[in-house]
Design a protein around this ligand. Sequence first.
Ligand code: NDP
Ligand code: MG
Length: 383
Amino acid sequence: MKNIVLLGATGSIGDSCLNVIRQNKEHFHLFGIGLGGNLDKAQQIAKEFSPKHIFVAESHIDKSHDLLKSYPNILNTEDELQGLIQDPSVDIIISAISGFAGLKASYFAIDAGKTILIANKESIVAAGDILMPLAKTKNSEIIPVDSEHNAIYQCFPPHIDLKEISKIMITASGGPFRKKTFKELSGVTLQDALKHPTWSMGTKITIDSATLVNKCLELIEAHYLFQIPESKIEIVVHPQSIIHSMVTFIDGSTIAQMSNPNMEVPIANALGLDQRLPINFEAINFSGLNLSFEPIPDGREIIFEIAREVCNKKGNLGVIFNASNELAVDAFITKKIDFLAIYKVIQRTFDHFSCSKVSTLEDIFEYDKQARIQAEKVIKSLH
Ligand code: NDP
Ligand code: MG
């Protein structure tokens, strides 16, 4: 029986994780959950799974909420979150908080030498230079949950020599605006951007998928997780979202991982560690299945150039890229800027900074702060 701490339990990945755990109760015990402030949903989860600990990030929690009757000692501070993650009874941490807010949890898990299932790609993008060496020192295993990265992980034979890899191909659905020219993006609304053709996900990542910045974050994530140069990572649009990524080896073989688009598949793979866990899934219907591949849509290559620069230069560039995107997405959601301005905010913020080395987590937080201030200025200038 493995004890799990699920951070981001009330979100979309949280839902999928709970579904996998629900179907494999003999293997997993939900030891703790973490969330932002959705106490109603936390209460439902607590009723079903009886976790020992609940961490709520929001500082002003409703003290009269029914959840507090069963959990009067709800964890609320960063130290308490770290204590929960470090608890010797905990085997697996699932990092599924959305955005940069998830970084501290990922850091605590890696620093504690735990097995961490990483959905929160922003942690790796912003702090890959800190987290990856730390994982090595602390002997922490990082297992990818993001469907593309979990696919690559599944395609890699055990003890792979990276020299044997010729190319990694990350697939992208292309999002709701795949067929639009760059110019046509000027008229799109928030509602249009939230209509993802193949995946159902949280709001931030859905907008990232519409801009294709999600794929840029994934390129950087893959570069860090698999220690593969960006020149060996290709992005290909695959509208059906059946192949989640492919690896080509130097002998000419390509291995692809496939499933219908359902996050429970990569989560079950990651949670199973060396074992295949049974889950209910809709099998691919191969008869009449057409798989197609296309280049990145018109005009959006520019954002990938920035992501590739992040991979090549690293240091503070990942955190700046991530912060500028988070601010831009937030400004788009709150209707302060239009869709195309998201690209401008990222580009202009990114251009404002030069590349510097980062040595500590504090450096990451400092650059995050500076990038947010700069992005806010750009957003104001675009009003
Ligand atoms: P959601 O917006 O659906 O959920 C976010 C979760 O994070 C919620 O549980 C929320 O709690 C919690 N949360 C937000 N802020 C904080 C905070 N400061 N402290 C603690 N908890 C917090 O996001 P998703 O589930 O879609 O995405 C989660 C992560 O997984 C993201 O990094 C995303 O990029 C990644 N991912 C998601 C995929 C998907 O299919 N959804 C696919 C691949 C990766 P509350 O609701 O209580 O506020
Ligand atoms: Mg993905």
